[in-house]
Design a protein around this ligand. Structure first.
Ligand code: PHE
Length: 372
């Protein structure tokens, strides 16, 4: 019997060692240790032995099972390691090959222009600020020197939210009058001026791109549109800084040196003086091309921040002065990339997006061209 177990053990170990792959090894395991397995049968035979026989055979059979189990585990580890080596050797990636990724989808022109703005203004020392699209009446109007009765409110076609029960939500900001706490969809990005001045000490150099809303819809107006706000607040800031900043921005944005600006006196309640900024264009083959000054088109609103606005934010207008501007991003995109219907921006038509969209891999940089 003793020599039997020895021969069997030698035989089983040989078979385990010879298993060519993980599948064959598993078959061996089942044949030896499975329910109908050879070693399992031996273990079962212990039941029919006399106690004396069992005392001798028991430890032998258990040792045999142990030895085979260990051999299987060892062989398994070897085969797995070999399999991994084989995969590592065959599955190579050549990192020097050009990327052959056909990106699905594209970057929307509005996002592209926002990235371009951030890139250009970062170079001038501006950071990007944001604010909520659901804004309170006070920040959207009152703090911007547009009091309750001001006719400018009518110009904004505001989407108001229903008043909360009981008139106003004083908990929102205990200082707000009932109407000031009324919520609305911001009609411009100018409330981000207020938020920024409330939150940080000057000097402030920010742009704030984002969504804005007015109840208006035709070929050149959509109820949701995009604006970028600019705000500078520092000591000794004057109109010359505003003009230089806008000129530098627009030259970089349209990637032309012959951009000419015209500042036209205008009126905004939150700036004094205020200026509408026109950009010059040239007629080329019946098309308007920016640059030169054959004609002018209106591009943005701007001015020196009104002292009342600075004071509303708790800052001293005698110490801090600044300029602000607000510009339609959709219009910037249309002028730069030649789209003519604003509504197409928001239709989500894949063919339009394929045609006008940008590759996710082309990141705007000043050196590589912001509109690359
Ligand atoms: N908020 C103004 C608008 O939406 C634009 C503007 C911004 C004008 C900042 C002057 C200064 O029309």
């Amino acid at each position: 019997m003793a020599s039997d177990t020895h021969t069997l053990e030698a035989d089983l170990l040989d078979r385990v060692a010879a298993a060519p792959d993980l599948q064959a090894l598993e078959a061996e395991r089942v044949a030896v240790l499975g329910k109908q397995g050879a070693v399992t049968a031996l273990l079962k035979s212990l039941g029919g032995m006399t106690p004396e026989q069992r005392q001798v055979e028991g430890p032998r059979i258990h040792a045999l099972r142990e030895a085979v189990t260990e051999a299987i585990a060892a062989r398994k580890a070897t085969l797995e390691a070999a399999e991994l080596d084989r995969r590592l050797a065959t599955e190579t990636l050549d990192m020097t090959l050009p990327v052959e990724m056909g990106p699905q989808g594209s970057v929307h022109p509005v996002s592209q222009v926002m990235d371009e703005l951030a890139e250009i203004f970062a170079d001038l020392g501006f950071s990007v600020a944001t604010g909520p699209e659901i804004e309170d009446d006070w920040r959207n109007f009152t703090a911007l020197n547009i009091p309750e009765s001001h006719p400018a409110r009518a110009m904004h076609d505001t989407f108001y939210f229903p008043r909360p029960e009981g008139g106003g939500d004083a908990a929102l900001d205990p200082g707000f009058a009932t109407n000031a706490a009324r919520m609305l969809l911001r009609t411009h990005t100018s409330p981000v001026q207020i938020r920024t001045m409330q939150a940080q000490q000057p000097p402030i150099y920010i742009i704030a791109p984002g969504r804005t809303y007015r109840s208006d819809s035709d070929a050149t107006h959509t109820p949701m549109f995009h604006q970028v706000e600019g705000l500078v607040l520092d000591r000794g800031i004057h109109l010359g800084h505003l003009k230089w900043t806008l000129e530098t921005f627009l030259k970089a944005f349209f990637e032309r040196d012959d951009i000419v600006l015209r500042l036209r006196p205008s009126y905004f309640p939150f700036t004094e003086p205020s200026a509408e900024v026109d950009v010059g264009y040239t007629m080329v083959g019946g098309r308007r091309v920016l640059g030169g000054s054959d004609g002018w088109m209106e591009l943005l609103g701007s001015g020196m921040v009104h002292p009342r606005v600075i004071a509303a934010c708790g800052l001293d207008p005698d110490e801090w002065q600044g300029f602000a501007f607000g510009c339609g991003i959709d219009r910037l995109a249309m002028l730069k990339y030649g789209m003519d219907d604003l509504r197409a921006f928001f239709d989500g038509d894949l063919r339009w997006l394929k045609h006008y969209g940008f590759s996710a891999l082309d990141v705007p940089t000043l050196s590589g061209g912001v509109g690359a």
